[in-house]
Design a protein around this ligand. Structure first.
Ligand SMILES: [Zn+2]
Length: 249
């Protein structure tokens, strides 16, 4: 499984794209979130032509407003391969349909490819495009979901935005990589985790590698100017990926 971070920033980060992760597993391609600034990073990569699946964690613009641009690109490329959109929310089709009609009215009816919409199950794994998908609600300022994706031998948890519920923590167990947002500058924020709260996750022995994304820009810059901030944590277990960073699991 190859993990490529197209973007690692929060909504209005001035130096990083919105958080978005491109996964290659068993020769299939999957995108986790596609915000305002993510779509361009995606279409610059040749494998985007073969994108099979897009997961949308929730419907804030920095997580799904790149989809109209991506679909417009596929239209111009005369794409014929079907595309599957997944979310935990039952509003998936309505929200994406509304965004498409606002951005490019009438485009959806001209596409040569089919867009399939599926709501991922919370109680059991959904098998789709060669991966197993399972989600759990997180605590955010709107309906949002954490996601576990797995192959026969590898598993990743992706938080999207929000504080983890017990359901999210359960999905993290045994994952080879946790990708978690750490936006809040203070612990106890009602809709985000802080850096310190994210690092607390590592006290769970079932949680291995932790990639911190969607940091508040000021928090990240403070870390970058003071590398000692993460001292005490094994750098192979916790890291802050840059835009464009890739790793193989
Ligand atoms: Zn959000």
């Amino acid at each position: 499984m190859n993990i490529h971070f197209l973007g690692t920033g929060a909504a209005t980060d001035t130096t990083r794209r919105n958080c978005s992760v491109l996964i290659n597993a068993n020769d299939r391609y999957h995108l986790l979130d596609c915000g305002f600034t993510s779509a361009q990073a995606c279409i610059c990569r040749p494998e985007s032509e073969r994108l099979d699946t897009i997961w949308i964690s929730h419907f804030h613009g920095d997580h799904f407003f790149g989809i109209p641009q991506l679909i417009l690109h596929f239209y111009f490329m005369n794409r014929e391969l079907p595309l599957t959109l997944l979310a935990g929310s039952a509003d998936l089709c309505d929200k994406v349909g509304a965004a498409m009609e606002l951005a490019y009215p009438g485009l959806t009816s001209k596409l040569l490819f089919k867009i399939n919409y599926h709501q991922v199950d919370q109680d059991s794994a959904t098998v789709c495009n060669g991966l197993s998908w399972q989600c759990a609600p997180s605590i955010h300022s709107q309906e949002a979901y954490g996601l576990r994706i797995s192959t026969d031998s590898r598993a990743i948890y992706y938080s999207g935005d929000g504080r983890p519920t017990q359901g999210c923590i359960q999905l993290m167990h045994g994952c080879n990589l946790i990708i978690h947002e750490a936006f809040s500058q203070r612990s106890g924020d009602p809709s985000h985790l802080s850096l310190e709260e994210c690092l607390e996750l590592l006290k769970n022995p079932n949680i291995n590698n932790l990639a911190l994304v969607h940091l508040n820009q000021q928090t990240r810059q403070a870390i970058e100017s003071n590398r000692g901030k993460l001292t005490g944590y094994d750098s192979t277990r916790v890291f802050i990926p840059d835009d464009g960073y890739s790793l193989q699991l």
